[in-house]
Write a protein that binds this ligand. Sequence first.
Ligand SMILES: Nc1ncnc2c1ncn2[C@@H]1O[C@H](COP(=O)(O)OP(=O)(O)O)[C@@H](O)[C@H]1O
Ligand SMILES: [Mg+2]
Length: 244
Amino acid sequence: MNIELRQISKLYGETQALRKLDLIVTDSVNVLVLIGPSGGGKSTLMRLLGGLESPDSGDLFFNKQHLLQSETVLLQHRRQNGYLFQSFNLFPHLTALENVELPLIKVHGKKPAEARSLSLTALSRFQLDDHADKYPAQLSGGQQQRVAIARAIAIKPRLLLLDEPTSALDPEMTAEVLAVIESLTQSGQQIILSTHEMGFARAVADKVVFLADGKLIEEGPPSALFEQAENKQVQSFFSKVMRY
Ligand SMILES: Nc1ncnc2c1ncn2[C@@H]1O[C@H](COP(=O)(O)OP(=O)(O)O)[C@@H](O)[C@H]1O
Ligand SMILES: [Mg+2]
């Protein structure tokens, strides 16, 4: 992926979620991981990168395209991406299969037969064939998140945005969902991931960005960031989250 952010700021009322953020991500990066303390701006940055929201100021380029030039361009960008957020976003009154099909039909204009076939392929990819006709309440948290990932990739997104996809899961389900994400990275899927799973971040990231207080504090390849962080705030974060 190729990203260029210049002086991006985003405010929510009085809260400055991002403060004049600059970021360059080059084509060699397939998996970008955002880490840092809660409230640091990770989710805000992901929403901006996905085209779900616009910044208050600054410039944003994805694959050299100036995304903020018009609503149309931003909308086109948004539609090419797949999203998954922390809490389970499945519709409770729809089966797993219907949950995957719905956006294909409603958002992407697929015909029902094609939507069904794409959905079954996506579910099958994550060993969810036997669960296609179950409702979310009949599935474990890990299975629900796998259905949500199937839904996000069913459109074959250019970019998959995963915002703390395992933070509501117990360890076993976390492992199950991380395995699915790892398989996606191995297939070459471009991913932006925010996570508190430091071991996983280190294993899959091509580039890691540490955000705190709406600012980019440090960035680099995982080996550099995890082993030789230069910034005191980053070192202190690691010493806390990796102590036990
Ligand atoms: N929709 C929103 N409305 C009001 N404040 C928000 C909203 N989204 C984020 N914020 C605030 O912006 C800051 C950054 O939040 P966020 O991007 O969610 O950080 P992170 O994902 O790193 O925890 C926080 O202070 C948060 O409370
Ligand atoms: Mg967040």
